[in-house]
Design a binder for this molecule. Structure first.
Ligand SMILES: C[S@@+](CC[C@H](N)C(=O)[O-])C[C@H]1O[C@@H](n2cnc3c(N)ncnc32)[C@H](O)[C@@H]1O
Length: 219
């Protein structure tokens, strides 16, 4: 049975308010008790939207808020493909975040419909915590990223605040998963990424890792 959070993602009204109302508020809430998630998000957006001819994949793209931003920075044959399994989110992306170098596909993040080693950068932002059985999605992100490419994840992380009695249980009831401090980093390393860097900003974590040219080489 879908969790409340999963049901919300299928709601056309939520798809409409997501980008400009929900996402900025949620990003701000993630800063609770720590460094400003908004500042890191701004830096990440600048990094992702820098000019260049890259093939990018935005997994669980929602209404295409990051897909469009990334696509607008690309040049030449560069493309950003957003995938999501919610039809209302993709309809919203088609309405509001079309761009010459953006494409949207309905697909499940557990089974990304692209061959191994396709993308220069693969992102999965603000989504893993909503996905039941999320860790195999990380393996998929690594699989479709080319050697030398990057995987970038933003998700939840356990902190002193979320370890307070009842917090994880209440979050769990709504379908929101709070990841252990090393869970994402360890899984990405096990999947083959190297130079994995984790930045914890309040209740959220940004994790960036590189897929080595030679499997198993690098720190
Ligand atoms: C909160 S939105 C994130 C949108 C955008 N990435 C962002 O950073 O604002 C989460 C998205 O994950 C999608 N999602 C959840 N589980 C998924 C799955 N198994 N496969 C693909 N998309 C999924 C939902 O449909 C929703 O659009």
């Amino acid at each position: 049975m879908p969790s409340p959070a999963q049901r919300v993602m299928q709601n056309p009204l939520f798809a409409q308010i997501y980008e400009h109302l929900w996402r900025p508020t949620f990003t701000r809430l993630f800063s609770f008790g720590g460094a400003a998630t908004e500042d890191y998000d701004r830096a990440l957006r600048a990094y992702l939207s820098r000019p260049g001819e890259r093939l990018m994949l935005d997994v669980a793209c929602g209404p295409g808020n990051y897909t469009r931003l990334i696509a607008d920075g690309l040049t030449g044959d560069g493309r950003c493909i957003g995938i999501d399994y919610s039809a209302p989110m993709l309809a919203r992306a088609a309405d509001t975040n079309q761009a010459a170098r953006a494409q949207y596909i309905r697909a499940d993040a557990h089974s990304i419909p692209f061959p191994d080693s396709t993308f220069d950068i693969t992102t999965c932002l603000a989504a893993l915590y909503l996905i039941p059985d999320p860790l195999p999605v990380l393996d998929e992100l690594v699989r479709v990223t080319r050697p030398g490419g990057e995987v970038i994840v933003f998700t939840s992380v356990a902190t002193e605040a979320s370890r307070l009695p009842g917090v994880r249980q209440i979050a769990g009831l709504s379908g929101f998963h709070i990841f252990g401090e090393r869970e994402i980093v360890d899984r990405l390393r096990a999947a083959g990424l190297r130079s994995v860097e984790q930045t914890i900003t309040g209740q959220g974590q940004y994790v960036i890792g590189i897929k080595p040219d030679t499997p198993g080489v690098g720190v």
